[in-house]
Design a protein around this ligand. Structure first.
Ligand SMILES: Nc1nc2c(c(=O)[nH]1)N[C@H]1C(S)=C(S)[C@@H](COP(=O)(O)O)O[C@H]1N2
Ligand SMILES: [Mo]
Length: 505
């Protein structure tokens, strides 16, 4: 019997086999990551990519993409993996065994990428193994079905239809299992805990009530900027959480969540800024933080002479080097467990983070904190300081215009201009605005919550017709004006005047 045969499996279909099988593997892995959230193949590979990315690229990503950098990275990781899947499909067209080996190699990469999670996730290997099994199974089935389809006579399309149904099923499996795996990640977040009851010091109402568009005096936790290297915020159970204080101390010790909550706590209004914040931008927020003084914990440990730094680290192995003095002096650096009257949200470090007033986050604000090692700058470096960022990261005094928006079209006459300004450690003395490089104008400041907290400000401008540049500057309480020299965030924070352009008339 002679039948007319195709030349073999078309390349496009073979590539699609690989894409679908790899997608099903990723989906299955994400589903299995319900047991080990940080070890989902996509999450683990993208996390290792963050760790291995050269410093300058990381800096570029944080400043250009801001808080969207994670989404961009995840989508990129998925696209690249599916692209490799297409190659696997093409290899399988020549030899199904070679295809299976390549598919297994992809899964093995995911398992290797999850290995650093072995300390915090017992089943760190499970998502990668699920990806391996499902990916290999799907590839075998698809390769066989497409071979059957192309072996059949052209007039018989049952084989092609069978392949098509299988392809749809495998694709659907990938999507559905990925969605189920993603489902619990969305919200809910941190475990419910009861904090010691205390009289919360309410802060005065801010100027935002009078000026629409002005940043609220207290940033709600849900609007607080988030910057970290963790692709999915670690989820930490308080029952297993401990904080250890070790290194150059007389009495190293470890405390549990309950012991920490039993210690004297204080609540402080503090403005936290990221060193990557460009002049006028949004990587800054202000909140009421509740916790235990680091000076009290360090005094209990008994710091030895010669130490000048505390290297703190987190459940996800991020590290921060903080000048010892900043954790001992009267600025009240805290081991924080409360934010704006509630438990710390998962994204902001639940259950416990460090907060050092006056220092950028990368040198003083370790989230998901578990360890503080008293040491020296000569001996140790931390995550960002290894990459050349400054050892000492005091927040530079700065100010920004929030209302009107840059590029706004305004009417002639009275215009409300407003924003925020900060000068940590000294406090805001005054804020001034100028138009088109004219004289600096004094203006009205909002409520005062202390020297580590921003001030809101407003100014009424009698705007004349035309195009104008508005600029703002802060002068600290000791009379020193903010640095006008333009500097990029690297290595110790941006400086320069925030300038906006508006059109009147
Ligand atoms: N564990 C951990 N803590 C971290 C970071 C991180 O990447 N991992 N980033 C730091 C940086 S650079 C900043 S600016 C602050 C941001 O804190 P937030 O996300 O609560 O605003 O957290 C700091 N603490
Ligand atoms: Mo930061």
């Amino acid at each position: 019997m002679t039948t007319q045969r195709d030349e073999g499996v078309p390349r496009g279909r073979a590539a699609l086999n690989g894409v679908l099988a790899t997608g099903a593997g990723l989906g299955a892995g994400h589903f299995a990551s319900l047991l080990a959230p940080a070890s989902s193949p996509v999450v683990a590979v993208a996390s290792r990519a963050i760790d291995l990315t050269p410093g300058p690229v990381k800096d570029w990503a944080t400043s250009t993409l801001g808080t969207a950098d994670k989404a961009v990275l995840v989508v990129g990781a998925i696209v690249v993996t599916l692209g490799l899947g297409a190659l696997v499909g093409l290899v399988a067209r020549r030899s199904s065994l070679a295809g299976l080996i390549c598919s297994a190699a992809l899964a093995a990469t995911a398992i290797a990428a999850a290995w650093p999670n072995s300390g915090r996730e017992v089943l760190w290997w499970a998502p990668g193994v699920a990806a391996l099994a499902v990916g290999a199974w799907a590839l075998r089935r698809l390769v066989r079905a497409s071979a059957d389809a192309s072996d059949a006579p052209v007039e018989d399309d049952r084989g092609r239809r069978a392949w098509f149904r299988l392809a749809l099923g495998v694709g659907g499996l990938g999507v559905v299992s990925a969605l189920v795996g993603q489902w619990p990640r969305g919200g809910g977040g941190a475990q419910a805990v009861t904090l010691p009851t205390r009289s919360v010091t309410p802060l005065p109402t801010g100027l935002e009530a009078r000026v629409p568009g002005l940043s609220p005096f207290v940033t709600p936790a849900s609007d607080f900027y988030r910057i970290d290297t963790a692709l999915s915020a670690p989820s930490v159970d308080v029952s297993g959480w401990h904080l250890s204080i070790s290194g150059l101390v007389d009495n190293p010790f470890t405390i549990s969540w309950d012991e920490l909550l039993a210690m004297d706590a204080i609540e402080r209004p503090v403005t936290l800024e990221c060193v990557s914040n460009e002049v006028g931008q949004n990587l800054i927020g202000s909140a009421l933080w509740l916790g235990v003084r680091t000076s009290q914990l360090l005094a209990r440990a008994g710091v030895q002479p010669g130490a000048d730094m505390v290297l703190s680290s987190s459940v996800d192995n991020f590290s921060v080097s903080t000048p010892l003095g900043a954790l001992m002096d009267d600025r009240d650096a805290l081991v924080v467990y409360g934010m704006n009257g509630a438990a710390l949200p998962q994204e902001h470090g639940f259950p416990v983070r460090l907060l050092t007033p006056g220092l950028y986050g990368f040198v003083g604000a370790t989230k998901w904190l578990t360890k503080m090692e008293v040491t020296t700058f000569a001996k140790n470096q931390a995550y960002w300081t290894k990459l050349g960022w400054s050892d000492h990261g005091p927040i530079k005094p700065s100010s920004r215009i929030e209302v009107p928006r840059p590029g706004a079209h305004l009417s002639v006459g009275s215009v409300t201009v407003g924003g925020t300004a900060w000068a940590h450690g000294v406090g805001v003395g005054k804020v001034q605005v100028r138009v088109d490089q004219g004289p600096w104008n004094d203006l009205t400041l909002g409520p005062d919550a202390g020297i580590e907290y921003w001030r809101q400000w407003i100014w009424t401008w009698d705007a004349g017709k035309g195009d104008h540049d508005l600029q703002v500057r802060v002068i600290d309480a000791a009379g020193k004006a903010q640095d006008e020299a333009v500097a990029d965030p690297f290595p110790n924070g941006s400086s320069g005047l925030h300038t906006i352009h508006v059109t009147v008339g």
